[in-house]
Design a protein around this ligand. Structure first.
Ligand code: ATP
Length: 433
């Protein structure tokens, strides 16, 4: 596609930053506010479309600190597109850059608590994500960390709602499970229920998160090298908590047991799961100064060259956070004990609240202001963007639905909500290994 013509005369395409099964992600330059943003593009002649659903879910979780800011959605002759906040690297890329391709316990826990929050927030608005995996979490850029309405946004953000599904009815009741459904998600992280063709529920997003934790801490999963999803399923079924959590703090076994106890209809105890992680954090003596692995590696590179004493203290820090692979797991644990500070549980709770305050309502005022700003912008350019392509044959009602949603998202139609959209949840499904 041409990179020279700005989308809607406003977003100039700079470079491609991501490619997924459903679309391409570009970094764009916003000529209006001189800021960079990200655009997800989906060809309108594709058979399987996911962007409409993605926009609907992203809109619904805009109140969450764990979502990317939705800026605009539109269509031109070739693409449906979504303009959103530009994020940093995804967690899969970051992990692969770590020594032995694994994260420390501290980093895994800090990210883990945020990931549980983000999953809870999606569930709260009635959707399952159904594709929880490291590349579907990305870091927020430092310049976007400033408070919005007094609330600090999270550092780790959940993305990609192309495989989401509404699990409640419009009355808020749980949808009854279908007898048999096809495989959904990404084979490496999919729950056994998904392999078995069962209807997924809230517990399944947490199963994927559990596999993600193991990969973060161990550097790989036991089925890492397998390509066929049937083979992956066989190996997954052999691994119980004993095999998976053997070398990990006992709380991971408790985590496993909790999600294993959940039935289709059960609501997971998100708070309890977060608590299990923060208990480990507390016990190992990590505190608010404990850095993410990528920050340590960066500082380490700077510091070691400058001063030997600083280098020594970095060695201690690295031992505590487990970013080096020169230490065995037990050596790391004993070093952590040696360095750990005795902090009180109450203090830790305070610290946890400070890091991960509860999601609060953003002020109505602000979103109204945003809506009216966007409304003005869309009115200026409406003529060019809303026409349907003569070259591409499309289903009329689908176009109408997308445009209806565009109007609502971009602030032109305030009477509507995404829940009234007729989105066929499973149309976008595909098997991704
Ligand atoms: N807002 C963003 N800012 C920066 N990078 C992003 C953004 N959104 C997505 N990306 C990058 O693009 C990659 C692919 O994005 P996404 O998962 O949304 O696409 P997808 O087509 O649904 O992918 P998949 O088929 O893997 O599920 C992400 O892993 C991330 O690295």
């Amino acid at each position: 596609m041409s990179l020279s013509i700005p989308l809607k005369g406003r977003w100039k395409l700079l470079n491609k930053i991501g490619q997924g099964g459903f679309g391409e992600i570009y970094c764009v330059y916003d000529l209006e506010n001189q800021q960079k943003a990200a655009v997800k593009m989906e060809r309108i002649d594709r058979n399987k479309r996911a962007l409409r659903l993605e926009i609907a879910v992203l809109k619904k979780i805009q109140e969450s600190r764990f979502s990317a800011n939705l800026v605009y959605c539109g269509r031109n002759n070739e693409y449906n597109y979504l303009v959103m906040e530009l994020l940093g690297p995804n967690l899969s890329t970051l992990r692969k850059k770590q020594p032995q391709q694994r994260f420390s316990l501290a980093t895994t826990i800090k990210l883990g608590v945020q990931m549980i929050h983000s999953i809870e927030d999606i569930h709260e608005v009635g959707y399952l994500h159904r594709d929880i995996k490291p590349s579907n979490f990305a870091l927020r850029l430092a310049k976007n960390m400033k408070k919005r309405n007094g609330i600090s946004p999270s550092y780790c953000v959940i993305i990609d709602f192309g495989l989401s599904r509404k699990y409640v009815t419009s009355e808020g009741e749980l949808r009854p499970p279908r007898e048999e459904v096809g495989f959904r998600g990404t084979a490496r992280y999919a729950s056994i229920n998904s392999h078995d063709g069962k209807e997924l529920s809230r517990r399944d997003d947490l199963w994927s998160l559990f596999y993600l934790f193991i990969e973060f801490l161990e550097g790989s999963l036991p089925w890492q090298r397998l390509k066929e999803k049937e083979e992956i399923a066989q190996v997954k079924k052999k691994y119980t908590n004993i095999g998976m959590c053997r070398d990990l703090p006992e709380e991971f076994t408790t985590f496993y047991k909790h999600i294993d106890s959940l039935k289709y209809e059960d609501k997971p105890n998100y708070k309890y799961l977060r608590r299990l992680l923060t208990d480990i954090y507390h016990r190992y003596g990590y505190d608010e100064n404990t850095k993410y692995d990528w920050q340590i590696v960066r500082d380490n590179l700077r510091g070691v060259r400058r001063s030997p004493s600083l280098a020594k203290s970095f060695d201690s820090t690295i031992a505590m956070t487990g970013t080096t692979n020169d230490f065995s797991r037990s050596k790391k644990k004993s070093l952590i004990r040696a360095f750990s500070k005795e902090i009180q549980k109450e203090e830790f709770d305070k610290m946890n609240d400070m890091f991960f305050p509860k999601v609060q309502e953003k002020s109505q005022n602000n979103s109204e202001k945003q809506n009216s700003k966007q409304k003005n912008k869309i009115q200026e350019n409406n003529q060019n963007e809303n026409g349907t392509s003569k070259k591409v044959k499309e289903n009329e009602s689908e176009i109408n639905e997308f445009e209806k949603m565009m109007k609502m998202i971009n602030g032109e139609d305030k009477s509507d909500t995404t829940s009234s959209l007729n989105i066929d949840d499973d149309r976008a499904c595909c098997i991704i290994l």
